[in-house]
Design a protein around this ligand. Structure first.
Ligand code: FAD
Length: 292
């Protein structure tokens, strides 16, 4: 079915979607409704996150494997180093390979409990994502992606060292990067330029969170460290008490951001779906990214 690199190396911009592994039967049904609605639009790949501390390990494996067997989609499993020894990580990577998963997003993960708390690696585990990239590369024939932060990772002291760490992940063998969400294009485009200047020519896909609710507008920047642009707040917060009008204005703003990124030649847009499909379907159709 191809790798992520192959799927995004085509002569038109594509889109991809991110899901989290559902916790119960109702969540499972919701996820599969979303998958079935998105499938005919032919996303380049769909990814499934990995819960903190390995809490979702089996669900991530099961969901990603089921997408690979029950749909026509290319699937990617995330993997984090949180609370895992190297031996455990090897077992998860082996399970991915056995389930036919060829694409893995290697992220370090956050400390369980408090995402911005002190990071303490497992005593027999890995400290940073570049080591995870190397481990996955050594363990089989995988296409490997990494995380990138247009406004720097919250724990990075400055943009310079943040870029160095990203470059180190690519040198360790990453084939592409996906960015944390952001609300204005400048930081993403600057990071892309700086990667090229640093001799790093792997594709960088922007992570997009559709602004459907006031919560997505406020929580996104809080969790990602991306700035909340004052003009966007002004534009959207006047609809704070009118969810329908907020959604319309938020989707308009999201589409404008996507348009600017496409005009700047990004290879694809990676949508954070929260296991829903309606907003992504609307944007993909509006932007002309659906399979023709
Ligand atoms: P790293 O690249 O290891 O960087 C972490 C910090 O350490 C940075 O500040 C970096 O500058 C610094 N650093 C790196 N190497 C060194 C070094 N050698 N010495 C000193 N400092 C160093 N989390 C999940 O739990 N599950 C998921 O599925 C998940 N998916 C994600 C998908 C995307 C697209 C993104 C953007 C994030 C995702 N995350 C996920 C969140 C991610 O795990 C956290 O943001 C985590 O804090 C950083 O992960 P990383 O891979 O960028 O870590």
């Amino acid at each position: 079915r191809g790798t992520v690199t192959e799927r995004i190396s085509v002569d038109r911009p594509v889109f991809s979607v991110e899901f989290f592994p559902p916790k119960d039967a109702a969540g499972e049904a919701e996820l599969w409704r979303a998958i079935r609605r998105l499938e005919p639009l032919d996303p380049a790949f769909v990814s499934v996150t990995y819960g903190a501390g390995g809490s979702s390990r089996d669900r991530t494996i099961r969901t990603t494997a089921r997408i690979a067997t029950d749909t026509t989609l290319v699937s990617m499993a995330h993997l984090t180093a949180v609370s895992h020894s190297v031996a455990e990580l090897r077992r998860v990577i082996g399970a991915y390979a056995a389930a036919g998963i060829r694409n893995v997003l290697a992220v370090r993960g956050d400390p369980p409990g408090d995402p911005l708390g002190e990071w303490v690696p497992h005593p027999e585990g890995l400290a940073y994502a570049d080591e995870l990239v190397r481990l996955i590369r050594r363990s089989g024939n995988f296409c490997v992606g990494v995380a990138a932060f247009p406004y720097g990772h919250p724990r990075s002291p400055d943009a310079e060292s943040d870029l160095r760490r990203l470059v180190a992940k690519v040198r360790a063998g990453a084939d592409f990067a996906i960015s944390q969400l952001f609300l204005e294009p400048e930081g993403f485009l600057r990071l892309r330029d700086r990667m090229v200047e640093a001799g790093c020519d792997v594709p960088l896909l922007p992570g997009i969170m559709p602004l459907t609710t006031l919560r997505t507008l406020r929580r996104g920047p809080e969790l990602s460290g991306a700035p909340l642009p004052a003009d966007l707040v002004k534009r959207l917060e006047r609809f704070a008490d009118d969810p329908v009008a907020f959604r319309a204005a938020g989707m308009e703003a999201t589409a404008e951001l996507c348009d600017k990124l496409l005009a700047e030649g990004v290879r694809g847009l990676h949508f954070y779906t929260l296991n829903r499909s309606t907003a992504t379907v609307e944007l993909v159709q509006r932007l002309g990214l659906a399979a023709r």
